[in-house]
Write a protein that binds this ligand. Structure first.
Ligand SMILES: NC(=O)c1ccc[n+]([C@@H]2O[C@H](COP(=O)([O-])OP(=O)(O)OC[C@H]3O[C@@H](n4cnc5c(N)ncnc54)[C@H](OP(=O)(O)O)[C@@H]3O)[C@@H](O)[C@H]2O)c1
Length: 336
Protein backbone atom coordinates (compact mmCIF):
# COMPACT_ATOMS: atom_id res chain seq x y z
CA UNK A 1 0.00 0.00 0.00
CA UNK A 2 1.26 3.46 -0.84
CA UNK A 3 0.02 6.07 1.65
CA UNK A 4 0.30 9.84 1.44
CA UNK A 5 -0.08 11.56 4.81
CA UNK A 6 -0.86 15.24 4.54
CA UNK A 7 0.61 16.19 7.91
CA UNK A 8 1.82 13.15 9.78
CA UNK A 9 4.40 14.52 12.18
CA UNK A 10 2.57 15.57 15.35
CA UNK A 11 -0.31 13.66 16.98
CA UNK A 12 -3.01 11.97 14.90
CA UNK A 13 -1.08 12.04 11.64
CA UNK A 14 2.02 10.73 13.35
CA UNK A 15 0.09 7.81 14.85
CA UNK A 16 -1.35 6.99 11.41
CA UNK A 17 2.09 7.13 9.77
CA UNK A 18 3.62 4.89 12.44
CA UNK A 19 0.77 2.37 12.24
CA UNK A 20 1.09 2.28 8.44
CA UNK A 21 4.85 1.68 8.67
CA UNK A 22 4.18 -1.14 11.14
CA UNK A 23 1.92 -2.74 8.51
CA UNK A 24 4.75 -2.54 5.99
CA UNK A 25 3.15 0.26 3.96
CA UNK A 26 5.13 2.72 1.94
CA UNK A 27 4.51 6.09 3.63
CA UNK A 28 5.12 9.60 2.30
CA UNK A 29 4.47 12.54 4.62
CA UNK A 30 3.86 16.02 3.27
CA UNK A 31 4.48 18.92 5.66
CA UNK A 32 6.44 22.17 6.07
CA UNK A 33 9.35 20.50 7.81
CA UNK A 34 8.90 22.15 11.21
CA UNK A 35 8.41 18.84 13.01
CA UNK A 36 10.56 15.70 12.70
CA UNK A 37 8.74 12.97 10.78
CA UNK A 38 8.69 9.39 12.09
CA UNK A 39 11.73 7.32 11.07
CA UNK A 40 11.06 5.26 7.97
CA UNK A 41 8.80 7.66 6.04
CA UNK A 42 9.70 9.68 3.00
CA UNK A 43 9.19 13.46 3.45
CA UNK A 44 7.97 15.98 0.92
CA UNK A 45 7.87 19.62 1.91
CA UNK A 46 5.49 22.46 1.16
CA UNK A 47 3.18 24.99 2.81
CA UNK A 48 -0.49 24.23 2.20
CA UNK A 49 -1.47 27.84 2.79
CA UNK A 50 0.80 29.10 -0.02
CA UNK A 51 -0.57 29.34 -3.58
CA UNK A 52 2.04 26.94 -5.04
CA UNK A 53 2.49 25.08 -1.77
CA UNK A 54 1.65 21.64 -3.16
CA UNK A 55 4.27 21.73 -5.92
CA UNK A 56 6.27 18.87 -4.34
CA UNK A 57 3.31 16.51 -4.90
CA UNK A 58 2.90 17.32 -8.56
CA UNK A 59 5.52 14.98 -10.05
CA UNK A 60 4.62 11.98 -7.87
CA UNK A 61 3.23 8.79 -9.44
CA UNK A 62 0.30 8.36 -7.04
CA UNK A 63 -0.97 6.67 -3.91
CA UNK A 64 -3.55 4.10 -2.86
CA UNK A 65 -4.81 6.52 -0.22
CA UNK A 66 -4.38 9.99 1.20
CA UNK A 67 -4.98 10.73 4.88
CA UNK A 68 -5.44 14.41 5.69
CA UNK A 69 -5.48 15.85 9.23
CA UNK A 70 -5.95 19.51 8.25
CA UNK A 71 -8.00 21.45 10.81
CA UNK A 72 -8.07 25.08 9.73
CA UNK A 73 -9.72 26.77 6.69
CA UNK A 74 -11.19 24.27 4.20
CA UNK A 75 -9.43 25.86 1.22
CA UNK A 76 -6.15 23.88 1.55
CA UNK A 77 -8.16 20.63 1.69
CA UNK A 78 -10.04 21.70 -1.42
CA UNK A 79 -6.79 22.39 -3.23
CA UNK A 80 -5.17 19.09 -2.21
CA UNK A 81 -8.24 17.01 -3.07
CA UNK A 82 -8.44 18.61 -6.53
CA UNK A 83 -4.77 17.91 -7.20
CA UNK A 84 -4.96 14.33 -5.99
CA UNK A 85 -8.32 13.15 -7.32
CA UNK A 86 -6.77 11.29 -10.24
CA UNK A 87 -3.65 10.24 -8.37
CA UNK A 88 -5.04 8.65 -5.22
CA UNK A 89 -7.61 5.90 -4.75
CA UNK A 90 -9.18 7.18 -1.59
CA UNK A 91 -9.15 10.37 0.50
CA UNK A 92 -9.52 9.94 4.25
CA UNK A 93 -10.25 13.21 5.99
CA UNK A 94 -9.85 13.36 9.76
CA UNK A 95 -12.95 15.34 10.61
CA UNK A 96 -14.72 15.78 13.93
CA UNK A 97 -18.04 15.23 15.68
CA UNK A 98 -18.09 19.02 15.87
CA UNK A 99 -19.65 18.98 12.37
CA UNK A 100 -23.04 18.13 13.93
CA UNK A 101 -25.42 20.99 14.67
CA UNK A 102 -25.01 21.79 18.35
CA UNK A 103 -26.19 20.27 20.57
CA UNK A 104 -26.60 16.81 19.03
CA UNK A 105 -28.98 14.59 21.01
CA UNK A 106 -27.43 11.77 23.03
CA UNK A 107 -27.10 8.69 20.83
CA UNK A 108 -26.58 10.72 17.66
CA UNK A 109 -25.57 8.84 14.55
CA UNK A 110 -23.91 9.96 11.32
CA UNK A 111 -27.38 11.02 10.10
CA UNK A 112 -27.74 13.78 12.72
CA UNK A 113 -28.17 17.32 11.35
CA UNK A 114 -24.95 19.09 10.39
CA UNK A 115 -23.80 22.66 10.94
CA UNK A 116 -25.00 25.02 8.27
CA UNK A 117 -23.11 27.61 6.30
CA UNK A 118 -19.95 25.59 5.57
CA UNK A 119 -18.23 25.82 2.22
CA UNK A 120 -15.46 23.77 0.59
CA UNK A 121 -13.54 26.83 -0.49
CA UNK A 122 -13.99 28.98 2.57
CA UNK A 123 -11.32 30.83 4.43
CA UNK A 124 -11.15 30.16 8.14
CA UNK A 125 -14.48 30.54 10.00
CA UNK A 126 -15.02 28.48 13.15
CA UNK A 127 -13.89 24.97 13.98
CA UNK A 128 -17.22 23.27 13.21
CA UNK A 129 -17.65 24.96 9.81
CA UNK A 130 -13.98 24.52 8.96
CA UNK A 131 -14.24 20.78 9.54
CA UNK A 132 -17.52 20.48 7.62
CA UNK A 133 -15.99 22.59 4.84
CA UNK A 134 -13.07 20.15 4.73
CA UNK A 135 -15.53 17.27 4.36
CA UNK A 136 -17.32 19.06 1.51
CA UNK A 137 -13.98 19.74 -0.20
CA UNK A 138 -13.11 16.04 -0.15
CA UNK A 139 -16.58 15.00 -1.35
CA UNK A 140 -16.41 17.45 -4.23
CA UNK A 141 -13.27 15.86 -5.71
CA UNK A 142 -13.45 12.23 -4.54
CA UNK A 143 -17.23 11.75 -4.50
CA UNK A 144 -19.12 9.73 -1.88
CA UNK A 145 -17.56 6.36 -2.78
CA UNK A 146 -13.89 7.29 -2.51
CA UNK A 147 -14.13 9.60 0.53
CA UNK A 148 -13.88 8.55 4.17
CA UNK A 149 -14.97 11.18 6.70
CA UNK A 150 -13.57 10.25 10.09
CA UNK A 151 -15.70 12.14 12.61
CA UNK A 152 -13.50 11.75 15.64
CA UNK A 153 -14.58 12.62 19.15
CA UNK A 154 -12.14 13.37 21.95
CA UNK A 155 -8.76 11.90 20.99
CA UNK A 156 -6.27 10.87 23.70
CA UNK A 157 -3.02 8.92 23.73
CA UNK A 158 0.71 9.32 23.08
CA UNK A 159 1.81 12.52 21.26
CA UNK A 160 -1.32 14.40 22.41
CA UNK A 161 -0.65 18.07 21.72
CA UNK A 162 -3.85 19.59 23.10
CA UNK A 163 -2.71 18.72 26.61
CA UNK A 164 -5.78 17.11 28.14
CA UNK A 165 -4.54 13.77 29.42
CA UNK A 166 -1.02 15.19 29.90
CA UNK A 167 -2.54 17.80 32.23
CA UNK A 168 -4.32 15.19 34.35
CA UNK A 169 -1.20 13.04 34.52
CA UNK A 170 1.01 15.97 35.47
CA UNK A 171 -1.46 17.22 38.07
CA UNK A 172 -1.88 13.80 39.66
CA UNK A 173 1.88 13.15 39.58
CA UNK A 174 2.30 16.29 41.71
CA UNK A 175 0.27 14.49 44.42
CA UNK A 176 -1.76 15.78 47.35
CA UNK A 177 -5.53 16.28 47.35
CA UNK A 178 -6.78 16.42 43.74
CA UNK A 179 -10.12 17.89 42.73
CA UNK A 180 -11.88 14.97 41.04
CA UNK A 181 -15.03 16.14 39.25
CA UNK A 182 -17.88 13.74 39.86
CA UNK A 183 -19.66 11.59 39.73
CA UNK A 184 -17.06 8.80 39.69
CA UNK A 185 -19.30 6.74 37.43
CA UNK A 186 -19.74 9.53 34.86
CA UNK A 187 -19.57 7.86 31.41
CA UNK A 188 -16.63 9.05 29.31
CA UNK A 189 -16.15 8.57 25.58
CA UNK A 190 -12.83 9.10 23.80
CA UNK A 191 -10.70 7.37 21.20
CA UNK A 192 -7.12 6.26 21.73
CA UNK A 193 -5.16 7.74 18.84
CA UNK A 194 -3.61 4.34 18.11
CA UNK A 195 -7.05 2.73 17.78
CA UNK A 196 -8.14 5.60 15.53
CA UNK A 197 -5.07 5.02 13.34
CA UNK A 198 -5.72 1.28 13.05
CA UNK A 199 -9.33 1.87 12.09
CA UNK A 200 -8.29 4.36 9.40
CA UNK A 201 -5.84 1.92 7.84
CA UNK A 202 -8.46 -0.83 7.99
CA UNK A 203 -10.93 1.49 6.27
CA UNK A 204 -8.44 1.96 3.43
CA UNK A 205 -7.88 -1.79 3.11
CA UNK A 206 -11.61 -2.52 3.16
CA UNK A 207 -12.29 0.31 0.72
CA UNK A 208 -14.86 1.91 3.01
CA UNK A 209 -16.48 5.24 2.27
CA UNK A 210 -18.78 7.75 3.94
CA UNK A 211 -18.95 9.35 7.39
CA UNK A 212 -18.10 7.46 10.59
CA UNK A 213 -18.34 8.58 14.19
CA UNK A 214 -14.96 7.50 15.54
CA UNK A 215 -14.87 7.26 19.33
CA UNK A 216 -15.12 4.46 21.84
CA UNK A 217 -18.61 3.18 22.60
CA UNK A 218 -20.59 5.29 25.04
CA UNK A 219 -19.46 4.57 28.57
CA UNK A 220 -16.26 2.84 27.41
CA UNK A 221 -14.81 4.22 30.61
CA UNK A 222 -15.78 6.48 33.50
CA UNK A 223 -14.24 9.53 35.08
CA UNK A 224 -13.36 7.33 38.07
CA UNK A 225 -11.57 4.67 36.01
CA UNK A 226 -9.67 7.34 34.05
CA UNK A 227 -8.39 9.16 37.14
CA UNK A 228 -7.71 5.93 39.06
CA UNK A 229 -5.54 4.81 36.12
CA UNK A 230 -3.64 8.13 36.31
CA UNK A 231 -2.98 7.63 40.03
CA UNK A 232 -1.79 4.04 39.48
CA UNK A 233 0.48 4.74 36.52
CA UNK A 234 2.17 7.79 38.07
CA UNK A 235 2.58 6.03 41.43
CA UNK A 236 1.80 9.42 43.00
CA UNK A 237 0.68 10.07 46.55
CA UNK A 238 -2.46 11.69 45.20
CA UNK A 239 -5.83 11.59 46.90
CA UNK A 240 -8.76 11.98 44.54
CA UNK A 241 -11.40 14.13 46.25
CA UNK A 242 -14.62 13.37 44.40
CA UNK A 243 -16.66 16.54 44.15
CA UNK A 244 -20.27 17.02 43.11
CA UNK A 245 -20.74 18.66 39.69
CA UNK A 246 -22.65 21.60 41.19
CA UNK A 247 -19.76 22.37 43.55
CA UNK A 248 -17.31 22.35 40.64
CA UNK A 249 -19.54 24.67 38.61
CA UNK A 250 -20.31 26.97 41.57
CA UNK A 251 -16.57 27.45 42.06
CA UNK A 252 -16.51 29.02 38.60
CA UNK A 253 -14.65 26.16 36.93
CA UNK A 254 -15.11 25.70 33.17
CA UNK A 255 -15.92 22.10 32.25
CA UNK A 256 -13.84 20.53 29.44
CA UNK A 257 -11.16 23.22 29.31
CA UNK A 258 -10.22 23.81 32.94
CA UNK A 259 -10.99 20.23 33.87
CA UNK A 260 -10.12 18.43 30.64
CA UNK A 261 -12.40 15.57 29.52
CA UNK A 262 -14.99 16.32 32.24
CA UNK A 263 -18.39 17.82 31.49
CA UNK A 264 -21.34 17.75 33.91
CA UNK A 265 -23.78 14.83 33.63
CA UNK A 266 -27.19 15.47 32.14
CA UNK A 267 -26.02 18.49 30.15
CA UNK A 268 -25.97 19.28 26.42
CA UNK A 269 -22.21 19.16 26.76
CA UNK A 270 -22.29 15.59 28.01
CA UNK A 271 -24.71 14.50 25.26
CA UNK A 272 -22.57 16.15 22.60
CA UNK A 273 -19.11 15.20 23.82
CA UNK A 274 -19.66 11.78 25.37
CA UNK A 275 -22.89 10.64 23.70
CA UNK A 276 -22.20 9.60 20.10
CA UNK A 277 -23.45 6.35 18.62
CA UNK A 278 -20.53 4.43 17.10
CA UNK A 279 -22.30 1.35 15.72
CA UNK A 280 -20.99 2.01 12.19
CA UNK A 281 -17.39 2.18 13.32
CA UNK A 282 -17.73 -0.91 15.51
CA UNK A 283 -19.27 -2.84 12.62
CA UNK A 284 -16.30 -1.91 10.42
CA UNK A 285 -13.48 -2.95 12.68
CA UNK A 286 -13.12 -0.38 15.48
CA UNK A 287 -11.41 -1.94 18.49
CA UNK A 288 -10.86 0.16 21.61
CA UNK A 289 -8.14 -0.70 24.08
CA UNK A 290 -8.88 -0.32 27.82
CA UNK A 291 -8.38 3.07 29.43
CA UNK A 292 -5.46 1.71 31.48
CA UNK A 293 -3.48 1.23 28.23
CA UNK A 294 -4.29 4.72 26.98
CA UNK A 295 -3.17 6.24 30.27
CA UNK A 296 -0.02 4.09 30.52
CA UNK A 297 0.96 4.76 26.89
CA UNK A 298 0.55 8.49 27.39
CA UNK A 299 2.48 8.50 30.67
CA UNK A 300 5.37 6.50 29.15
CA UNK A 301 5.58 8.93 26.23
CA UNK A 302 5.33 11.96 28.52
CA UNK A 303 8.11 10.77 30.81
CA UNK A 304 10.26 9.81 27.79
CA UNK A 305 10.07 13.39 26.48
CA UNK A 306 10.93 14.91 29.87
CA UNK A 307 7.44 15.56 31.24
CA UNK A 308 6.37 18.58 29.18
CA UNK A 309 3.78 17.85 26.53
CA UNK A 310 3.93 19.77 23.23
CA UNK A 311 1.06 22.19 22.74
CA UNK A 312 -0.43 23.29 19.45
CA UNK A 313 -0.48 27.07 19.25
CA UNK A 314 -3.96 27.25 17.68
CA UNK A 315 -5.79 25.69 20.66
CA UNK A 316 -6.38 27.39 24.04
CA UNK A 317 -4.41 26.06 27.01
CA UNK A 318 -6.21 23.53 29.18
CA UNK A 319 -6.02 22.81 32.89
CA UNK A 320 -6.95 24.23 36.26
CA UNK A 321 -5.16 26.97 38.11
CA UNK A 322 -4.01 25.63 41.54
CA UNK A 323 -5.71 28.54 43.37
CA UNK A 324 -9.07 27.69 41.78
CA UNK A 325 -8.58 24.03 42.58
CA UNK A 326 -7.89 24.89 46.24
CA UNK A 327 -11.02 27.04 46.34
CA UNK A 328 -13.19 24.18 45.05
CA UNK A 329 -11.52 21.70 47.42
CA UNK A 330 -12.24 24.04 50.34
CA UNK A 331 -15.94 24.26 49.38
CA UNK A 332 -16.00 20.48 49.05
CA UNK A 333 -14.59 19.85 52.54
CA UNK A 334 -16.89 22.50 54.05
CA UNK A 335 -19.90 20.69 52.52
CA UNK A 336 -18.72 17.25 53.78
N1 LIG B 1 -7.62 16.42 19.54
C1 LIG B 1 -8.87 16.02 19.50
O1 LIG B 1 -9.43 15.66 20.53
C2 LIG B 1 -9.61 15.97 18.19
C3 LIG B 1 -10.95 15.61 18.17
C4 LIG B 1 -11.60 15.50 16.95
C5 LIG B 1 -10.92 15.72 15.77
N2 LIG B 1 -9.62 16.10 15.80
C6 LIG B 1 -8.90 16.30 14.55
O2 LIG B 1 -7.73 15.50 14.56
C7 LIG B 1 -6.75 16.10 13.75
C8 LIG B 1 -5.46 16.28 14.52
O3 LIG B 1 -4.44 16.34 13.62
P1 LIG B 1 -2.91 16.52 14.08
O4 LIG B 1 -2.63 18.01 14.14
O5 LIG B 1 -2.68 15.69 15.27
O6 LIG B 1 -2.20 15.94 12.79
P2 LIG B 1 -0.69 15.80 12.37
O7 LIG B 1 -0.75 15.44 10.92
O8 LIG B 1 0.01 14.85 13.29
O9 LIG B 1 -0.06 17.25 12.57
C9 LIG B 1 -0.33 18.37 11.75
C10 LIG B 1 0.64 18.34 10.57
O10 LIG B 1 0.42 19.41 9.68
C11 LIG B 1 1.68 19.91 9.24
N3 LIG B 1 1.41 21.29 8.86
C12 LIG B 1 0.99 22.30 9.65
N4 LIG B 1 0.80 23.41 8.94
C13 LIG B 1 1.11 23.10 7.66
C14 LIG B 1 1.10 23.84 6.42
N5 LIG B 1 0.74 25.12 6.39
N6 LIG B 1 1.45 23.19 5.30
C15 LIG B 1 1.81 21.89 5.32
N7 LIG B 1 1.82 21.14 6.44
C16 LIG B 1 1.49 21.74 7.59
C17 LIG B 1 2.60 19.73 10.44
O11 LIG B 1 3.95 19.55 10.08
P3 LIG B 1 5.01 20.75 10.02
O12 LIG B 1 4.83 21.56 11.26
O13 LIG B 1 6.34 20.08 9.92
O14 LIG B 1 4.63 21.49 8.78
C18 LIG B 1 2.09 18.39 10.96
O15 LIG B 1 2.72 17.33 10.31
C19 LIG B 1 -7.31 17.43 13.28
O16 LIG B 1 -7.88 17.26 12.01
C20 LIG B 1 -8.41 17.71 14.30
O17 LIG B 1 -9.41 18.54 13.77
C21 LIG B 1 -8.94 16.23 16.98
Amino acid sequence: MRLLMLGGTEFVGRAVAEAALARGWDVTVFHRGRHEPPAGVRSLHGDRTAPDGLAALAGEPGWDAVVDTWSAAPRPVHRAARLLRDRAGRYVYVSSCSVYAWPPAAGYTEDAPLVEGASAEADRTDYARDKRGGELAVLESFGPHRSVLVRAGLILGPYENVGRLPWWLTRIARGGPVLAPGPRELPVQYIDVRDLAEWILGAVERELSGPYNLISPRGHTTMGALLDACVRVTGAAAELRWTAPEVVLDAGIEPWTQLPVWVPPGSDLHDGLHGADVSRALATGLRCRPVTETVAGTWNWLTDIGGTAPRRPDRPPVGLDPALESKALAINSRDD
